[in-house]
Design a protein around this ligand. Structure first.
Ligand code: NAP
Length: 244
C-alpha cells in the first residue's frame, strides 16, 4: 500500500525553476504542503508557490544559498516555523559549469562540490533529527546520468553527482529501521534552463531521441515519497542513455 502524502511537509531545494519546480507542484498535487527554496529568482519561486496553492496545498518561498551551513540552518528553521517539520526532503538545487577539462580550476571544483553535494548533506543533516523522532521520512537526491557515464559537462559535475549516490547508500543503510527511505533520481537531459544553456546538450545524445520533461522526473519523485519499501535505489529517468 502506498503512503498518503496529504498534510506531509515537503522541502524542495532549487524549486523556483526546472525539475525542482515540477517536483514541488507534483508533491502538492499529491497532497503535500511545500517549501520552495530558491537562490535568487524570487519571482519564479513566488510563481511556483502560486501553482502549489492552486493545487490546494500550502506553499512557502524561502530564499537560501544551500551551499552555506548558516543559510541552511535558517532555511530549516523557517520551514519548521511556517509550515511544520519536514517529512519529505528533495535535494535538487544544482549548477553546471561547462568548460574545457584543462580549464577547470580549484575554485570551480570547490563551488561545484559545495552547491551540488555539500548542500545535500547540510540540508539532510538539518531535517534528519525530526524525521527520526517522528519515525517517518523521505529523502530524495537529484543525481544525474553523469554519475554513471561521466555525462557531457565535466569531471567536477560528474563527481558531485556521483557523491550524491554515496550519500544515498549511506543514509539508506543507517535509516532502514526508522521509517525513512533514501533514494536518488538520475535524470539525463531534461528540458530546463540548465539544458538550454549547454550547447553540448542535444536530443541526439538520448536513445529515445528527445529531451525529457520535468514532469517525467517529478512523477518519479512522488512515487518515491509514497513508497515505503523502496530505499537505497537510483531511479534512472534518462531516455535509455544508461541502462542499469
Ligand atoms: P535549473 O533549471 O538551472 O534550476 C536550478 C535551480 O537550482 C533553480 O531553482 C536555482 O535557483 C537553484 N539553485 C542553484 N544554486 C542554488 C543554491 N546555491 N542554493 C539554492 N538554490 C540554488 O536546473 P534543472 O535542470 O532544473 O536541474 C535541477 C537538478 O537536476 C540539478 O541538481 C541538476 O544537476 C539535476 N539534473 C538536471 C538535468 C537536466 O537535464 N536538466 C539532468 C541531470 C541532473 P534560482 O532560480 O533562484 O537561480
Amino acid at each position: 500500500m502506498l503512503d498518503d502524502l496529504t498534510g506531509k511537509i515537503a522541502l524542495v531545494t532549487g524549486a523556483s525553476r526546472g525539475i525542482g519546480r515540477a517536483i514541488a507542484i507534483a508533491l502538492a498535487e499529491a497532497g503535500a504542503d511545500v517549501a520552495v527554496n530558491y537562490l535568487s529568482r524570487k519571482t519564479h519561486a513566488v510563481e511556483t508557490c502560486a501553482a502549489i496553492r492552486k493545487a490546494g496545498s500550502r506553499a512557502l518561498p524561502v530564499k537560501a544559498n544551500v551551499a552555506r551551513a548558516a543559510a541552511v540552518a535558517r532555511l530549516a528553521a523557517t520551514v519548521e516555523l511556517e509550515l511544520g517539520p519536514v517529512d519529505i526532503l528533495v535535494n535538487n538545487a544544482g549548477i553546471v559549469g561547462v568548460k574545457p577539462v584543462e580549464d577547470i580550476s580549484e575554485a570551480d571544483w570547490d563551488e561545484m562540490i559545495a552547491v551540488n553535494l555539500t548542500s545535500a548533506f547540510l540540508v539532510t543533516q538539518q531535517v534528519l533529527p525530526g524525521m527520526r523522532s517522528r519515525g517517518w521520512g523521505r529523502i530524495i537526491f537529484i543525481s544525474s546520468v553523469a554519475a554513471q557515464t561521466g555525462g557531457i559537462t565535466g569531471p567536477h559535475y560528474a563527481a558531485s553527482k556521483a557523491g550524491l549516490l554515496g550519500l544515498t547508500h549511506s543514509y539508506a543503510r543507517h535509516l532502514f529501521k526508522e521509517g525513512i527511505t533514501v533514494n536518488a533520481i538520475a535524470p539525463a537531459l531534461i528540458e530546463t534552463d540548465m539544458v538550454a544553456g549547454n550547447l553540448q546538450a542535444s536530443p541526439a545524445a538520448i536513445p529515445i531521441g528527445r529531451f525529457g520533461a520535468p514532469s517525467e522526473v517529478a512523477a518519479v519523485a512522488v512515487l518515491l515519497a509514497q513508497n515505503g519499501f523502496l530505499t537505497g535505489q537510483t531511479i534512472n529517468v534518462n531516455g535509455g542513455w544508461y541502462m542499469s
